[in-house]
Design a protein around this ligand. Structure first.
Ligand code: WQD
Length: 342
């Protein structure tokens, strides 16, 4: 059987780097695209260590349609996993033009390149932020959509773009709606390396644990939840990566496009995460309760039933394991990836 060649956009990013490892373990030929605007070239070397073989990497922006089309043809790519995108909610509010340019115009360019190169299989990295935050959890794929920030709206727009192209062409696509990715590969060689101050809970906690930051600000403990802090669906990045392999394998059963949640189906509060992290780092983590963060909803977690049914996939790893793995990455890479920009 022909070994499939898969191209990943945003290949040196947090999620994509873990997807590369999962795909290599399944024997796929791999091509990576990244403009390195939000990640480090050091990831390529780490990946070649982990996958024990070559990894065709192109430093390219997905908005360079002709170059992407040429590379897709050159490598005879069978499918694309599209993970390139900016993903900080607060930043998207301050700079919507940059977010629509990277996330929407970038996806438009990629889909055009795929059409020109006759590549018709796509898995897209979407997000649970496409849902209306007032929708009750567990969230299913038919829960009301209604993003409330520019980042979530770019993901919503790209999903509709993919749906429209798939409806009138031979494109087959799965839009994967991520909940909250956490953790790192057990080797500690790849992990989450946020630029500047981490927006997300887990990397911030780990930087407090490593002494890089003084304390964790807990954004409100007066929510209508058992311990007053917000509840989310924290999914280990290795489970998330395996979900992409499962989606790739399921594309043959897709006629146009489908949206599928990737979550554990379990809600975990901020304080629960904190306790799991303190266990993993074996020390108390200083905290201070401050005012709520604008845009945060009280509860958001997935109904993962459709992923189990359509992808034969479920999350297996726990938040506790994610804390252990994230801490190993943090300890082995206290300042993240080396900066190879010279
Ligand atoms: C989780 C909880 C905070 C930091 C975001 C994006 C979403 C997705 C995942 C891409 C919340 C609390 C956080 C801190 C805190 N990314 N918190 N102190 O907001 O659920 O989702 O990341 O798809 O698009 O919106 O994740 O990690 O920012 O926050 O108390 O320093 O931790 O209030 O309740 P969120 P998060």
């Amino acid at each position: 059987m022909h070994t499939q060649t898969v191209a990943l956009t945003g290949a040196t990013g947090y999620i994509a780097s873990h997807v590369v490892v999962a795909l290599a373990e399944q024997g796929y030929n791999l091509v990576g695209f990244d403009n390195l605007s939000n990640s480090s070239a050091a990831v390529v070397e780490r990946l070649e260590q982990l996958i024990d073989g070559p990894f065709a990497f192109h430093k390219v922006d997905i908005r360079d349609t002709a170059t992407i089309a040429e590379a897709l043809q050159q490598h005879q790519v069978d499918a694309v996993i599209h993970l390139a995108g900016l993903k900080a909610v607060g930043e998207s509010v301050d700079d919507p033009l940059r977010y629509y340019d990277n996330n929407v115009a970038g996806s438009l360019s990629l889909l055009t390149a795929m059409r020109d190169a006759c590549v018709n299989q796509l898995v897209f990295s979407s997000s649970a932020t496409v849902y209306d935050p007032d929708q009750p959890s567990p969230l299913t794929e038919t829960s009301q959509l209604g993003p409330i920030n520019p980042y979530g709206r770019t993901k919503y727009v790209v999903e509709r773009l993919i749906d429209d192209v798939a409806a009138t062409s031979d494109l087959r696509a799965i839009n994967l709606r991520y909940f909250n990715p956490v953790g790192a590969h057990p080797s500690g060689l790849i992990g989450e390396d946020p630029v500047g101050t981490p927006n997300n809970l887990m990397p911030f906690i780990m930087q407090v644990a490593s002494g890089q930051r003084d304390e964790l600000s807990i954004f409100g403990n007066d929510y209508d939840t058992p311990d007053g802090t917000c509840i989310r669906d924290y999914i280990h990045v290795t489970d998330l990566a395996n979900g992409h392999v499962a989606a790739l394998n399921a594309l043959a059963t897709v006629t146009t496009s489908e949206a599928i949640n990737l979550g554990t189906g379990t809600g975990t509060s901020v304080l629960d995460v904190l306790r799991a992290a303190e266990q993993a780092v074996d020390r108390p983590i200083p905290t201070r309760v401050v005012e709520r963060r604008a845009g945060d909803g009280a509860v958001s977690f997935a109904d993962p039933a459709l992923a189990a049914d359509r992808l034969n996939w479920q999350a297996d790893l726990t938040v506790a394991q994610a804390c252990v793995d994230h801490w190993r990455w943090q300890r082995q890479n206290p300042t993240g990836y080396p900066d190879l920009s010279g």
